[in-house]
Design a protein around this ligand. Sequence first.
Ligand code: E4P
Length: 218
Amino acid sequence: MRFFIDTANVDDIRKANDMGIICGVTTNPSLIAKEGRDFNEVIKEITEIVDGPISGEVKATTTDAEGMIAEGREIAKIHPNMVVKIPMTVEGLKAVKVLSKEGIKTNVTLIFTANQALLAARAGATYVSPFLGRLDDISTDGLPLIRQIVEMFEVAGIDTQIICASVRHPIHVTECALAGADIATVPYKVLEQMTKHPLTDAGIEKFQKDYKAVFGDK
Ligand code: E4P
């Protein structure tokens, strides 16, 4: 399983990219709004940091296929790595069909059932984004959804890639990897949490103490 970072914050994207662990970025209207910056400006900056798929979502206020298609074409023009993120609706599927026929990559978002993922794949989506954390938020285990989509795509020989989204903690990441997801899109905070273990910190401290006891600061 590969990692994307789920943010529009360029400082966090730079930090994760410097660690060599991410190969793509996902954003959404809430993440863009959080930065309070112009969509095109922030997306362009992201494409200069990460050389991999960058998902930019159509405006939250655009709900018709024609509008999403027009916006999708503009998003695709920003950079060859752009992926147009489209919500899972009937209108969204129509937009995916048209954009994918034009060779524009799409990421169908807000997936909460395996059937939604199957429909998105059949419409031509490059990626589907099932949301784990938001299912957990309503006391529903999100992991069976990931397992079902993985199995369904395998059985049907579908090559649409599965991005585990709405990842909230390191256990989600382990579970998604074991379930066979292609990608997890992870906030910087969770990527950082994944680097940590108290025994790692204690080990470093002990190595430093033992070394210094014999060699000082040399
Ligand atoms: C995915 O692409 C979404 O941007 C994201 O993972 C949503 O996460 P949230 O449910 O934590 O907002």
